[in-house]
Design a protein around this ligand. Structure first.
Ligand code: AMP
Length: 396
């Protein structure tokens, strides 16, 4: 796997796919710039070598061409502040103006291109569009793990125009290295914790984890589909009836493979989807009419945290309950603490982006776990056993 450390960028114009899909408020102020700061080391390495950087990104999901609220012009100042470099902005990512700005770019300078998704060709993976972008630079760097599972023009297709002159930035290299620590020869016991709302989103990952993990813990809304499939009463809890047969199949598969599949014994249930709802602790198989499980219960917490504590490798994707509400955060918090304790004892814990990353930050445990991935969807697909187009294209 070649990274920016394997090359000298003197006089190179590095075309870098970054993930600057940062949240903006109604006045276009950046509310969290961690995606920008994450890429600064990659940019600095290239500038320090005597090269220049042409940054390409998407922002949000523009539907029909350019839109003010999705313009990357709102982040130019912050990119300049964080990198300490002069940042030019091309108000259209394609065309003569962008081409001229790229050709006039001096070593030590940055050119940021306007949102790639203002062109439909980006998400379609259009080769002609990718080729136009490729002309701006002499070298291709992919540092956008969040879009590595997409075969878009700037994330994958463009790489074919840079034979021998392409590599990963530090963000990508770190993400891949950490995922591989879990995928290839994890220290055992290896426990995977899968939670979140829908079982349908996580079926493939659970299936693939059967080939890797010793224990698979299932929590959150998705666990009630399993409970109902086993004949339990789940009240108003989340359920995907059409997936019930598949949950039974998964349980059979786990048994056949000798993988321990743990489901919550009990839940904290509520009479409304509301932090101030009336609550009770009930068995997952006997949830009262009119009540719904919104967090795992004390018995489940005890069992899950014991299994996690005995593990040497942990992968966690998806919360154990509606952790956004304080009365239903206990299960997710306990699991987060148990996961952090694994790392403190010298084990390895990988937190898969999205809601588990949000939970780890909420409980101030981000610096206690081994690695918090920035790419929810991309990490999930990696663990589903799929090849990520953005990774493959750079390795070819
Ligand atoms: P996902 O995006 O599939 O990982 O799901 C995360 C979301 O699932 C979070 O917003 C949680 O609030 C929600 N969630 C977790 N457990 C439950 C539950 N028991 N009932 C309803 N929603 C839940």
């Amino acid at each position: 796997m070649q990274t920016v450390d394997d090359f000298n960028f003197k006089n190179e114009k590095a075309l870098i796919r970054v993930d600057f899909n940062v949240p903006l408020d109604a006045s276009f102020n950046i509310t969290d710039d961690s995606r920008i700061t994450a890429t600064v080391p990659t940019i600095k390495k290239i500038l320090d070598d005597g090269g220049s950087c042409i940054l390409m990104s998407h922002l949000g999901r523009p539907k029909e061409g350019p839109a003010e609220k999705y313009s990357l012009k709102h982040i130019v100042k912050r990119v300049s502040e964080r990198t300490g470099a002069k940042v030019h902005f091309a108000a259209d990512c394609i065309g003569e103006e962008a081409a001229r700005m790229a050709s006039e770019l001096q070593p030590g300078e940055i050119l940021l291109l306007e949102n790639l998704r203002f062109y439909k060709e980006e998400e379609k993976g259009d080769p002609a569009f990718a080729e136009k972008l490729s002309k701006y630079g002499t070298f291709y760097v992919n540092d956008a793990f969040g879009t590595a599972h997409r075969a878009h023009a700037s994330t994958a297709i463009i790489a074919r125009f840079f034979k021998g002159k392409k590599c990963f930035g530090y963000v990508m290299a770190n993400e891949i290295a950490n995922a591989r620590k879990v995928l290839n020869n994890p220290a055992r016991p290896f426990t995977a914790i899968v939670g979140g709302a829908k079982v349908s989103d996580k079926l493939l990952i659970i299936e693939n984890l059967m080939n890797l993990a010793d224990n698979i813990i299932i929590g959150g809304g998705m666990s009630y589909t399993f409970a109902k499939a086993m004949g339990g009463k789940i009240g108003n809890s989340l359920c995907e009836d059409d997936r019930m047969p598949l949950t039974l199949e998964l349980m059979e598969k786990a048994k056949a493979k000798g993988v321990r599949l743990l489901l919550p014994e009990d839940s904290k249930v509520a009479d409304q989807f509301n932090n101030d709802a009336k609550t009770a602790i009930e068995k997952n198989s006997e949830i009262s009419e009119g009540y719904m499980g919104l967090d795992i219960g004390p018995e489940a917490i005890k069992k899950f945290t014991e299994v996690i504590a005995a593990s040497k490798t942990v992968l966690w994707n998806g919360p154990m309950g509606v952790f956004e509400m304080s009365n239903f955060e206990e299960g997710t918090r306990s699991v987060a603490q148990a996961v952090a304790a694994v790392s403190e004892k010298g084990g390895f814990s990988l937190i898969g982006g999205g809601d588990s990353a949000a939970a780890i930050h909420k409980f101030n445990l981000a610096d206690k776990v081994s690695y918090v991935s920035t790419g929810g969807g991309a990490l999930l697909e990696y663990f589903e056993g799929k090849e990520l187009p953005g990774v493959k294209a750079v390795m070819e």
